[in-house]
Design a protein around this ligand. Sequence first.
Ligand code: FEO
Ligand code: CA
Ligand code: CA
Ligand code: CA
Length: 680
Amino acid sequence: MSPPSDRTPSPDGSTPFGDLLQQRLSRRELLAHGALLAPAALALPSVAGATRAPAAPGLVFQPIIGSREDRVQVPPGYTAEVLIGWGEPLFTGTPAIATRGLIDGDLLSTGSAAAQERQFGYNCDAIAFLPLDRSGRRGVLCVNHEYCDPRLMFPAKRQFKSPRPGWAADPRLEAVQTMMAAHGVSILEIRLENGTWRPVTDSKLSRRITARTPIEIQGPARGHALLRTAADPSGTRVLGTLANCSGGKTPWGTYLSAEENIEDYFGGYPQYRESGRGDARTLTAFARFATSERNIFGWETIDPRFDMRQEPREALRFGWIVEVDPQDARSPIRKRTALGRFCHESAASVLTRDQRAAVYMGDDTQFEYIYKFVSRDRVNLRQPESNRELLDHGVLYVARLEADGSGRWLPLVHGQGSLNAQHGFADQGEVVIRARAAADLLGATPMDRPEDIAIHPQTGRLYVALTNNGARTMDPVAMGAERPGLDRRPDAANPRPANRYGHIVEIVEAGSDAAATSFRWNVFLLAGDPQSAGGRFLTDAAAIKSQQLAATDTYFAGYPERDKISPIGSPDNLGFDPEGNLWIVTDGEQPRGANNGAFAVPVAGAQRGHLRQFMSAPIGAEVCGCEFTPDGETLFLSIQHPGEGGTLEEPRSHWPDGSGLPPRPSVIAIRRKGGGVIGS
Ligand code: FEO
Ligand code: CA
Ligand code: CA
Ligand code: CA
């Protein structure tokens, strides 16, 4: 889509971000230029009011075949370039990590953690691109960093015992602090020059948020007794953000990052629970969201706040949605407790019909739920700073999907229904801290690992990735003490037993309004190999409802030509291009043993369901991000954990540096050679 011609850029070609927000206020302009400025595109569903999806023009790229090669592959006519990778500096005066030195323990040297605090973090995941001017060639990129792989950062543990010259006096401490610094969020300015996006290392927007950056706790759980610790008796300020997986950007120009598998970061819970010294209310808070026995990175041996025997409530201060304003590198960062505490994945925002904010979220664990938050107050696009408390007041809902294709958003509001002291919820703070338990009481529908949620830019329809669930079973066994009475059998919304390859559900809000409390839903796609002889290729939606399905049965929104559909497994992150085609990136097993990749599928018209593979990732990597520039000419993807399962001594991948070097997680930018809209 081409830029609008009816506006004159400011003399220097740039426009302050606040002005850009104002410029998108006219509804006519929103519709006309929705694809120019990303948050405007987010605003479209509230004004379009469409109930029928328009026919997308279709996708005409030549699909690629799933690959096991250790490289990024894209269709003919496209290029994929590394934009920034782990260890590259965001600030001038900071060196880049030398990949070649990793095996010698470079990251165990004094100063490694301090440098990492100024370098791009590890395992990039969610990407948000916000244009900084109307040219489309300057923007701010927000990228979060989910976790670290110490085996690909530091030499084998036995080498720690024979330190080399230059190593820190306590190499383990340096390693832990370097890992902490490699978590969080990176914010950087990027520019498009001669068809290539490049980071700007001296930008005033450059920012690193790590596992130790002070963050304000906001919303109904701020100051709650369950969030008070020895280091923070007020329960209002936490150090850092962890396990940041998918996320999103808001219509008012902020970045939302989702804290997912935070249970991996704390150790000693079983001992705390069985010590007899545990506080009953704290123990109850962990009943539906227990932490692991050990911090999988050993942090509790260095920092007592990760040792639950010493600080049992620190873990309750993680598992939230984090909001940051990428326009101001000094702005406070906030955890938004009104949006609930669980294994957060996705924070897809849109305006409701009456201009309030709705945020859709998944809880990525087997048999967990889909959530939505709707703000109390309206979004003020004229004054972005006045939306500072927007995500602190509103209603958190959880989804119940009925077998007849209807659905309801059930409010998690203290004092309503059974969410009261009699049932163990003293106040709204406790409802959001124990969101899973509250959702259990309301009868929410347990799903097959809800990951990302994408909102169609024209219709407002939702697409929910259910990545897989091997524990979905025909045997009516309970799931142990943690979930008494959980029915693990397939149901209408999760119709396959042993759901190995995952599926996608399509949701239409009542009146196409994100504030609705009811919706209609249907299965959009049952992933797998459509050409597999071992499974049925279904084209009739009625067959999904009326028959008992097998794990290998597939369905692609009714598209009938099975030979034209690419096999796909484990859908994770989702995105829409400006034309309204759905893009799916994967994290997990592929039906024919190929690497993870990126796929595209129209959701309307005759090509609805015609899914084709667009990109193949290096060995061991999952693909995340899936963010388009508003003009549709660049697709940003995160290549997360390339070479997973390998070590520095025996790497499985050498991407992207090659030459036998160990892998580095990196963000890539995909473009058409010579420019043009991707996919068209
Ligand atoms: Fe971090 Fe649910 O993927
Ligand atoms: Ca992941
Ligand atoms: Ca994910
Ligand atoms: Ca995943």
